[in-house]
Write a protein that binds this ligand. Structure first.
Ligand code: AMP
Ligand code: MG
Length: 344
């Protein structure tokens, strides 16, 4: 069991406990019993997935259908957006120079394009040639030369693409797109909407440790979310959330190793080199798509990126090393901590 799975397991146990309390609190009402449904669909985006719903027992069938719809929309979006699947709309665009665009793909692409502006270039989905360069560098176990990095930086930018209502095409053959920093968050939001649409009392969708959740007014309590310690085992903080999303980016789990040195899987598009300063970034936002983007962007900028954060978005950035870490939180982030940060 890897660390992210451990955290997901922790969240599930906490969920069961919380819902167990809810069940006890409402059991005097004989009209219904409140139950907690949890599924763990397999083979989603190469990672773990949890879908949870708080429902009345009389509505179990409706809730199970909504949870299946949530799972299906995630699979559909993966099929459209993944660069790991040859026939996705994004892979077709990258390989053949043009692709039809479904509404969903167009929406994600437009969100990613806006993100490049509001993160001042720290999040840039067109930095795909750089991502590929560093991936190949790992395979060949040699650091790319400054010349290669300069070429990859110039190979692709948002001007290299034309987006219409139904299609997208490349203006330069070297351009390519990688939505890996936003697709998960976008899919989480769409999946959670499937539960909301069916008027489920409370819901949570977690993909690989990134999640979004809600509880209607009639459901007390919060969803418990653990933040993994980037330097060791266990969690470093626990958040309590009623509505919103939490995404974490870190270099502790996904990284490139070249000649024995670890490099972050997040690239600074402005320099072409892997982000260096941030072992872990957690972001709380109303939408998972935005939390996902900002977690990646702040991994590039470090705490300096706080200056650009909208008021509705909160974050904790951990910089430094295991021996000398430094913790930085926006003021709003502290409101979600259920107990003080464990920084020992
Ligand atoms: P995450 O783990 O959510 O931070 O997403 C990281 C993924 O986003 C990487 O695996 C790449 O596919 C992509 N990516 C890496 N660096 C950037 C960047 N600066 N801007 C946008 N996407 C990026
Ligand atoms: Mg992310």
């Amino acid at each position: 069991m890897n660390r992210k799975q451990l955290i997901v397991l922790g969240v599930c146990v906490a969920l069961c406990l919380l819902v167990g309390i809810g069940l006890w609190q409402t059991s005097h009402d004989l009209r219904y019993t409140r139950i907690n449904l949890v599924t763990h669909p397999k083979g989603i985006m190469g990672t773990t997935c949890t879908i949870a719903a708080i429902v009345d027992s009389a509505e179990r069938d409706k809730a199970e259908k909504a949870m299946k719809n949530a799972e299906d929309i995630i699979r559909y979006l993966e099929f459209k957006l993944s660069t790991w699947l040859e026939n996705s709309e994004i892979s077709r665009l990258n390989h053949s120079g043009k692709s039809r665009l479904s509404n969903s793909t167009r929406n994600v692409v437009n969100m990613a394009k806006e993100a490049a502006v509001y993160t001042h270039g720290a999040f840039d989905a067109t930095c795909s040639p750089l991502i590929r360069l560093w991936r190949e560098a790992e395979e060949e176990n040699r650091v790319p030369s400054p010349r290669q990095i300069a070429h990859a930086r110039e190979a692709s930018n948002w001007e290299s693409f034309t987006i219409t209502k139904t299609a997208m095409q490349k203006n330069h053959s070297t351009a390519s797109l990688d939505l890996g920093g936003i697709a998960k968050g976008f899919a989480i939001d769409k999946a959670l909407n499937m539960l909301r649409q069916e008027k489920i009392h409370g819901g949570l969708v977690d993909i690989g440790g990134d999640l979004a959740c809600y509880r209607k007014e009639n459901i007390e309590g919060t969803w418990a979310v653990g933040i993994q310690d980037p330097f060791g085992k266990g969690t470093i903080a626990s958040l309590g959330l009623r509505n919103g999303a939490v995404c974490t980016s870190g270099n502790y789990e996904r990284f490139f190793t070249i000649q024995g040195k670890r490099y972050s899987h997040i690239i600074d598009p402005r320099t072409g080199y892997p982000a260096e300063i941030t072992p872990s970034v957690t972001v709380i936002a109303p939408l998972a798509a935005h939390a996902d983007v900002w977690a990646t962007a702040l991994s590039v900028t470090g705490k300096d990126g706080f200056d650009f954060l909208p008021k509705t978005i909160h974050s904790m950035v951990i910089e430094g090393t295991k021996e000398k870490p430094s913790f930085h939180q926006t003021p709003g982030f502290r409101d979600y901590l259920v107990k003080p940060l464990n920084t020992k």
